[in-house]
Design a protein around this ligand. Structure first.
Ligand SMILES: NC(=O)c1ccc[n+]([C@@H]2O[C@H](COP(=O)([O-])OP(=O)(O)OC[C@H]3O[C@@H](n4cnc5c(N)ncnc54)[C@H](OP(=O)(O)O)[C@@H]3O)[C@@H](O)[C@H]2O)c1
Length: 283
């Protein structure tokens, strides 16, 4: 595959960092972002900003999407100058956003009808892992397309696993994010209970981080709580969205139902704060 011809759509918190890794690895990127100017930091690197998804597809062999949600995907594919409006064929579209399996299946089908391939490849990990290129990538699509884009995945992540056909990557991601939500709310409830008993957050986190229950997520989010810093690495609105998507896919278990309720309520006030801001809504 021509290393020069990767196009990137979506320069948000994750997309900007992931695209940066491809630039560092020598992929001369072309980009499209709804809000203009986010690619200005790469002007001296020769990165070209295009005016529409269709233009980007024309100038790239592979187009990667990292945007918010189903409605963003819908717009990028089906709007007047969207990906599906282009007559280009033989391209590969990789959707790394966390979206529903249903929209992936639909866009994969429509892309195929246009002569292009589609692979869903959402990621586990946040801004730290995106910066390090150590994301975990779960993919849905055909074997040949997956193998073709593997060199790109190797730049962005430490593991890329194909888990099934189109939509399967998204389903795996919804399962993992259910666990992520449980971790966040579990940590929040644990800290609140310990505080109630007169144990400081600092002491409790030192105990947890040195125990078998310690992990990277708990460590980072414990520090956020300790420092009262809730600026979003992973916005609470995104986990609220993911739990809604999981519910739509049939997730209906005791903990997941409570979790979904908590985050839907919290989203009303804390949408733009970090996932761990859930601690402010547990009373
Ligand atoms: N942050 C994390 O830790 C993390 C971790 C794993 C997975 N994810 C998932 O990765 C995806 C991106 O997350 P993020 O944190 O990077 O989100 P973000 O910072 O909110 O960025 C969202 C991006 O989507 C674009 N966008 C939104 N609506 C659009 C529309 N209708 N048409 C075109 N573009 C649109 C935004 O463009 P503008 O610049 O114009 O707003 C922006 O580039 C989400 O699906 C999220 O669930 C996030």
């Amino acid at each position: 595959m021509n290393k020069q011809n990767v196009g990137w759509i979506g320069l948000g918190k994750m997309g900007l960092l992931m695209a940066q890794n491809l630039i560092n690895a020598g992929y001369l990127l072309k980009v499209y972002n709804r809000t203009k100017g986010k690619a200005d930091l790469w002007l001296d690197k020769g990165v070209k900003e295009l005016q529409s998804p269709a233009e980007l597809l024309k100038e790239s062999d592979v187009v990667i999407l990292m945007v918010s949600d189903d409605s963003a995907i819908h717009e990028i594919f089906t709007s007047e100058n969207g990906l599906l409006s282009s007559p280009e064929k033989g391209k590969i579209i990789i959707n790394m956003s966390t979206v529903s399996p249903a929209i992936s299946k639909e866009m994969a089908h429509l892309s195929k009808n246009n002569g292009n391939s589609y692979i869903d490849a959402p990621v586990s990990g946040s801004v730290k892992q995106a910066t390090e290129g150590s994301l975990v990538i779960m993919a849905g699509g055909d074997h040949q397309t997956f193998e073709e884009v593997k060199p790109i995945f190797n730049v962005l992540g430490k593991l890329a696993l194909k888990v099934g056909e189109n939509g399967a990557g998204n389903a795996a991601k919804l399962a993992i994010n259910t666990m992520l939500g449980l971790h966040a709310q579990g940590l929040a409830e644990t800290i609140l209970f310990a505080n109630q008993q007169g144990i400081s957050t600092k002491d409790l986190m030192e105990l947890i981080n040195n125990s078998a229950l310690g992990n990277a997520f708990i460590k980072i989010k414990g520090e956020a709580i300790l420092n009262d810093k809730y600026e979003a690495a992973f916005a609470l609105k995104h986990i609220a969205k993911d739990l809604r998507l999981a519910k739509n896919e049939g997730l209906d278990s005791p903990l997941a139902n409570v979790l979904n309720h908590s985050f839907q309520v919290a989203e009303q006030d804390l949408a733009e704060e970090d996932i761990i801001a859930i601690i402010k809504k547990i009373v």
